[in-house]
Design a protein around this ligand. Structure first.
Ligand code: 5RP
Length: 294
């Protein structure tokens, strides 16, 4: 118990009356009116200095099984952790392969119910908010399959996360999954991003598109990060990351183009230089090659 404050004289206290208390804003697009817990979690995912993030996605196994480059999560992911801002994964991968001493925020994949052997849009929610909280997640995620057969169900999944997340201050990342029958153009991606932002997700993961990406980002009132997609040559993946942040994305949520690189640790650092320091792709590729030699 603290000692009682024996000073009854107001003038022995210092209220610094000449210094007005700062009313701070919040650095993330569309997030100013969220509550403290949401903001605190988002400020762990996005670096408040650069306003951006490098998320490492390694949730592929939940639909694809042992994905190329990710056959051994326990060997591949830990060396990458110091070089990224955030980890996006399933609870199974987290519990079995990631040390609880890790100090990076976790974005928890909560949807399930489909694999590459069947219709990927036919998902349900498999992880409750209580479980995500118990695992100390900083955000939860599921995908929206706009235009796919189970579009409605995928939006119900996201709604569940948004509604339950609102009770406990947990932000939701909405992923715009693009089915084989869809075209990854600005019209489609712009529609998908906007639909889930209006539904209430706190940030959006989508794909980069060569034409009109700036409009996709402008039409989405919350932060957008890009997925890496299929493995590209390292130089091309760095160009894509550069163009995306240059056109308004607030970072990447990249998997195969990091863990599938010739040198994943060097690639994570090169992507970080692009995202946080606006490094030009040519310089970032030189950095990649220098780090790779070491
Ligand atoms: C698809 C996903 C993936 O599982 C994964 O996160 C994608 O990462 P990348 O395309 O960079 O390998 O979210 O909905």
């Amino acid at each position: 118990m603290p000692d009682a404050d024996k000073s009854s004289q107001v003038d022995s206290k210092n209220y610094a009356v000449d210094i007005p208390m700062k009313t701070s804003g919040f650095f993330l697009k569309g997030s100013s009116h969220l509550n403290w817990g949401m903001k605190n979690r988002l400020a762990r995912i996005f670096n408040p200095e650069s306003g951006r993030t490098v998320m490492l996605a390694f949730d592929h196994g939940y639909i694809m099984g042992p994905t190329t480059g990710l056959e051994r999560i326990d060997l591949v992911v830990p060396p990458l952790i110091p070089h990224v801002n955030c980890l996006m994964c399933t609870r199974g991968a987290l519990r079995s392969c990631i040390s609880p001493e890790v100090d990076k925020p976790i974005v928890m994949r909560c949807s399930t119910g489909a694999t590459v052997l069947k219709d990927l849009s036919n998902e349900v929610i498999g992880v409750t908010l209580e479980e995500a909280l118990a695992l100390n997640a900083a955000a939860v995620t599921a995908q929206a399959c706009i235009g796919a057969e189970f579009e409605k169900e995928s939006l119900i999944n996201l709604s569940y996360l948004i509604n339950e997340g609102a009770r406990v201050g947990m932000p939701v990342l909405g992923v715009t999954a693009v089915g084989k029958e869809m075209v990854r153009d600005a019209r489609y991606l712009g529609l998908a991003c906007r639909v889930i932002a209006e539904l209430g997700v706190h940030f959006v993961k989508t794909y980069y598109c060569e034409s009109g990406f700036e409009e996709v980002v402008a039409g989405c009132p919350v932060p957008v990060v890009i997925a890496g997609g299929k493995k590209l040559p390292e130089s091309e993946a760095l160009v894509m990351a550069y163009k995306a942040v240059d056109q308004g994305a607030l970072g990447v949520d990249m998997g195969r183009n990091i863990f599938g690189a010739d040198d994943p640790v060097a690639m994570a650092q090169a992507v970080g230089a692009v995202v946080h320091k606006n490094e030009k792709p040519k310089n970032a590729f030189e950095l990649y090659n220098d780090l790779k030699k070491k």
